[in-house]
Write a protein of this length. Structure first.
Length: 420
């Protein structure tokens, strides 16, 4: 809490007639405020709102836009936690998600109806690494008066891609990943582009245009204009949900930002080198990384990802079920559920991050039993590849449903989908 100059100032702050520090859950804490301003600048937005986690940031963004009886349109190519939040949790609040298979702009546009309050995609899909055509999707959504929300976690704080530059209205991040960069701090952030005209679409978004019951009839768009989204997210949603970022976490994330560009550059360099190595490996049936010419989104990636193709890739181990054995065999690489760490991380999503989904839902979201996801770190690439070599050799006798994993004499087998 912060000392007011006098009672009159306190009244002005609580009445949203003046900006300043009140209480960390309600209004800007100084360290958090600095973090928010820097992220907004990196992403090209007008303002940002920090949250206690990426899931919290996502919840704040959607809850600011949609209420009971509304829906959002989302690609099904999502991080497992996002998919579960949209499919299971939001319906409990009366908010439905209309999942679209893939990310074609025409399919997304067709799913929008009069109750749709947002279109949701990931800038670099997890786990398929699909790169949606943000400009076409934004155009299609805007023609129907709907804002576009983009999870730019894999975009590394705007280093690889700034969705707002391509038409997105709101950006969310799990700051735990590349922004923090060391796997030590949980945090999230929402960025407001300031470009969506809430007044023009008052019928679809009455919460920005009608008198607010909690603020003596204040009208957000009339009062705050192009920052009305982020203000409402802060003073009506964050205030009541309480998912605020703590100051120490903000300080840790600020330290991460100081080396973000250096780390992101190395992540991308190592990821491309590792993907090229895996494509030639006799132990691997397929590789999915947008930096490879073989990836179905490679051309789109070249259009949108100007500084590198991201720091995460997936591949399939020959024999399918040997995936977990390969992960367990790593010595340098850590087996844990995170991405964006300075260390190289590996995980078998089928049995971990997507375990709560049905087998059909796993496949729909791009997860197959043979898939291993690698978040490529900033170690020397020779050390990373050496760890793969020893683990592959140790796992050659891994079994899938009782059958041995066999590597053909030519070192190759039938091609598997690059984006399963």
């Amino acid at each position: 809490s912060y000392v007011f100059n006098d009672s009159a100032q306190g009244a002005r702050l609580f009445g949203l007639k003046e900006f300043g520090n009140i209480y960390s859950r309600i209004m800007n804490q100084p360290t958090v405020d600095v973090f928010e301003k820097r992220i907004a600048a990196l992403e090209g937005g007008v303002a940002a709102l920090a949250a206690s986690s990426g899931q919290a940031a996502q919840f704040l963004a959607i809850s600011t836009l949609a209420h009971a009886g509304d829906n959002i349109v989302s690609t099904s190519n999502l991080y497992g936690g996002t998919y579960n939040q949209f499919k299971v949790f939001f319906p409990r609040l009366g908010i439905k998600t209309k999942f679209v298979d893939g990310d074609k702009p025409e399919d997304i546009a067709a799913a929008i109806d009069e109750k749709t309050k947002a279109v949701y995609v990931e800038s670099i899909g997890n786990p398929k690494y699909n790169i949606p055509d943000l400009e076409a999707i934004s155009k299609a959504a805007h023609e129907k008066g709907v804002p576009v929300v983009v999870d730019n976690t894999f975009g590394a704080g705007g280093y690889f891609i700034r969705p707002i530059d391509h038409g997105a209205d709101i950006v969310v991040h799990s700051a735990t990943k590349w922004i923090g960069g060391h796997g030590t701090t949980i945090g999230g952030v929402v960025v407001d582009s300031g470009k969506f005209d809430w007044g023009k679409h008052a019928a679809r978004f009455p919460q920005f245009n009608e008198p607010s019951e909690g603020y003596h009839g204040l009208k957000f768009f009339e009062t705050f204009g192009n920052i009305s989204f982020i203000i409402r997210a802060r003073v009506e949603i964050l205030r009541d949900v309480g998912a605020a970022l703590n100051p120490f976490a903000a300080q840790q994330l600020l330290l991460g930002l100081e080396t973000l560009s250096l780390r992101a550059e190395r992540h991308a360099q190592n990821a491309l080198a590792l993907a090229q190595y895996l494509e030639k490996s006799p132990y691997v049936s397929w590789v999915s990384y947008p930096g490879l010419e073989s990836h179905p989104y490679h051309e789109t990636a070249k259009r949108y990802l100007k500084r590198g193709f991201g720091g995460v890739l997936s591949f399939g181990v020959k024999g399918g079920g040997a995936g977990s054995e390969v992960v367990d065999g790593f010595k340098l690489i850590s087996n844990l559920a995170n991405v964006g760490d300075a260390k190289t991380l590996a995980i078998h999503p089928w049995s971990t991050t997507h375990e709560q989904l049905s087998d059909d839902e796993k496949r729909s979201s791009g997860v197959t039993e043979d898939l291993i996801r690698i978040s490529v770190g900033i170690e020397h690439i020779d050390d990373i590849i050496a760890d793969f070599e020893q683990s592959f050799k140790a796992a050659t006798d891994a079994t899938t449903k009782g059958e041995k994993t066999e590597v053909p004499a030519d070192g190759k087998e039938a091609e598997a989908p690059l984006a399963p």
